[in-house]
Design a protein around this ligand. Sequence first.
Ligand code: SAM
Length: 318
Amino acid sequence: MNKTFSDQQLSSIILWLEKWDIPVKYSYITKQWSKARSKIEKSRTIEWQSFSDALLLKNSIEIYLQELWGPKELAIFDFGCGTWETVKETLLKLWKMWIKVKYHAFDISQNIINLCKNNISNINNCEFNYSIIDFEISNLVDILYNIRSKYKNIPVLWLLLWNTVGNFNSMERILTNILEAFRIWDRLCIGIERSDINNKRRFDNMINIYQSKAVFNIASATIKELNFDLKNGRYYVNFNERLSSIEWFFIIEKDFSIKINNKTINFKVWEKIRIVQSKKIDESWFSKLFLDLDMRIANIRTNESNSYLQALISSKKY
Ligand SMILES: C[S@@+](CC[C@H](N)C(=O)[O-])C[C@H]1O[C@@H](n2cnc3c(N)ncnc32)[C@H](O)[C@@H]1O
């Protein structure tokens, strides 16, 4: 068995596999995903302007700084940090403004944190800290509260960018935990791609992308690392209306078994495993979420083509 996953992660994967479901977070830990990610990153470096999340963040940082009356220091908690391309221009801008930044990366993947660290270390005036963490753990709020306490009187901008929020099984719980750890000048910036699922042309385009070989390579990353032989089945993409999610399934066409941590798991013909799920969100979902949770919208923006949405949020507590 490949040692990409820790024993604890493998035990959790066994439990999920018994429900025929593998959360997307495990694919991010695999080497296959890091490789695919580096390719995306290269194209983003050249054309970062077209990546709306980076541009919107760079603009909304100004709105946030205005609220803070020109701070000298700022902490950034980047949740699901990725490799840094989204925050790059914003960090450089803060550096030019002489604002001292304490950047704290949070991610489930050690590989991703390493890549991020290498990139950030090139920026002067930017302290780097990190936490390898699964946001879906039960004591998230305590962990966040403790980390937040270390930054004492510095305002924190919390980031959840480039659809990271669509990865979670319970976004509401994770967002509530973040808001619980908030202090008065903190803000949360959430960036999502607007998924216009009612527009047939856009919807078909989206499905076509997910059916491509490139996406399958990423979607199948976890089962590959678990030593599934992909010849034992095929995959298909489905849109689950109830969950508003794109789902990838692997359908077994030949009986086989795999061994994880000394446990044998058998797969039979026609069983299907959900290998990735990605929630598709639009502003009506956002509005409902803000109503349900303790959130106040400080600012909401879309990019020029209206395909990307970013919201700056504070807690109603303050
Ligand atoms: C869609 S990528 C976004 C990356 C980055 N924010 C950007 O703008 O490029 C999602 C990131 O969240 C991380 N992630 C996903 N699920 C997670 C979880 N449950 N706990 C911690 N990190 C997670 C992944 O490893 C990945 O780096």
